[in-house]
Design a protein around this ligand. Structure first.
Ligand SMILES: NC(=O)c1ccc[n+]([C@@H]2O[C@H](COP(=O)([O-])OP(=O)(O)OC[C@H]3O[C@@H](n4cnc5c(N)ncnc54)[C@H](OP(=O)(O)O)[C@@H]3O)[C@@H](O)[C@H]2O)c1
Length: 327
């Protein structure tokens, strides 16, 4: 396993570079399999778990299924202090009677101060823990003043219930503004930004704010150099949910274009030459980039997780990265 240091200049800790996503654990993956996946991750040196307060809420459930399962697993294993827990607020249902939608009207709870405070404490209760190592805003909220959102995250840090803060599904300019706002308030800035990121690029679209652009990676690299408050890029859906290797998982809308098909062919060629799998090469590509990402892998079986864990040991040399980046 590889490890990374996360810091906002005030709070600093290490995490495993491969994050385990728990979006489906306790939701579509049964409890026994979920526990086996979590146990295997820890056995392999994994320390960073990612959840949210709305996993399962896309269906009919209360949206706390993943947090509830993690709470039961943590209680049964007694491992709280050896792990780093990240959860998210802001994309649970505002009105429980209405569905969630990624397009307006979204019905997201948003990132007003009262919501952040209440939702974070509900996550603490659900997970059965006294503090959250990372709390993200799940989706940016343009309706709430940025100063209010930044101040609310900081209050949780000052109260000792949150370590580092982050934001997800956000435009780069908003990350820059939020960090500047934190500096104005004299409080720690977001230390993590969680975006979709993989070896494939989506077609350009000014409306797409959920993707880690090369410019975001460049920004993350630049702030790491010039002040103590780093910015880690955390990459969700790094395997595009199986689309690199499975016919039953078509490429998402916006990703199915000629360059993707050429990149996938190269990914498979490189994997064959290295004796690795395409998924492992894709994860190693993210882990070892000029601004390294922390991929959050999802798995619905221990075998899938084992394959992903193999990527933690795979280092791509310059020639191989050159082949992968040339397309
Ligand atoms: N911030 C956000 O808005 C956001 C959004 C999405 C996800 N996330 C986070 O990111 C985590 C990971 O997301 P994700 O599940 O979309 O990531 P992913 O790693 O791209 O996809 C995981 C899925 O890929 C398939 N898969 C994994 N390994 C495989 C293998 N070796 N061979 C074939 N198929 C394989 C499995 O699908 P099957 O289960 O169908 O077999 C698995 O459930 C989530 O758990 C969550 O924590 C965050």
């Amino acid at each position: 396993m590889r490890y990374r240091t996360l810091t906002d200049g005030t709070t600093t800790f290490d995490v495993s570079a491969l994050v385990l996503g728990t979006m489906n654990l306790g939701v579509t993956t049964d409890e026994e399999t979920s526990f086996a996946i979590l146990d295997r991750y820890v056995e392999a040196g994994g320390t960073f778990l990612d959840t949210a307060n709305n996993y399962g809420q896309w269906g009919d459930s209360n949206g706390r299924l993943s947090e509830q399962l993690l709470g039961r697993w943590l209680a049964s294993r007694g491992l709280r202090d050896e792990l780093r827990l990240a959860t998210k607020v802001g994309a649970a249902k505002k009105d429980p009677r209405l569905p969630l939608s990624p397009t307006p009207p979204t019905n997201y709870e948003g990132l007003a101060a009262g919501t952040i405070q209440a939702s974070a404490h509900e996550s603490l209760r659900t997970l059965g823990v006294e503090h959250l190592d990372v709390l993200y805003g799940h989706v940016d909220d343009l309706e709430t003043p940025l100063a209010e959102t930044v101040g609310a995250f900081c209050k949780l840090q000052a109260d000792g219930v949150v370590g580092l803060t982050g934001i997800s599904n956000v435009a780069l300019w908003r990350v820059v503004e939020a960090r500047a706002e934190a500096r104005r308030q004299g409080v720690p800035p977001y230390a993590l930004v969680q975006q979709q990121s993989s070896y494939l690029y989506p077609v350009p679209d000014v409306e797409r704010h959920n993707w880690a652009s090369p410019e975001l990676y460049d920004y993350a690299r630049s702030v790491a150099d010039d002040d103590g408050a780093g910015l880690a890029v955390v990459a969700y859906s790094p395997l595009l949910q199986g689309a690199f290797v499975r016919d039953d998982k078509p490429l998402w809308e916006g990703y199915d274009h000629p360059t993707s098909r050429a990149r996938l062919a190269t990914l498979h060629d490189v994997a064959r030459d290295l004796g690795a799998t395409p998924n492992q090469v894709a994860l190693a590509w993210l882990l070892g980039g000029p601004a390294p990402a922390l991929p959050i892998v999802g798995a619905s079986s221990v075998a899938q997780l084992d394959e992903a864990l193999g990527a933690a040991e795979l280092v791509l040399d310059e020639d191989v990265r050159g082949r992968l980046d040339a397309v």
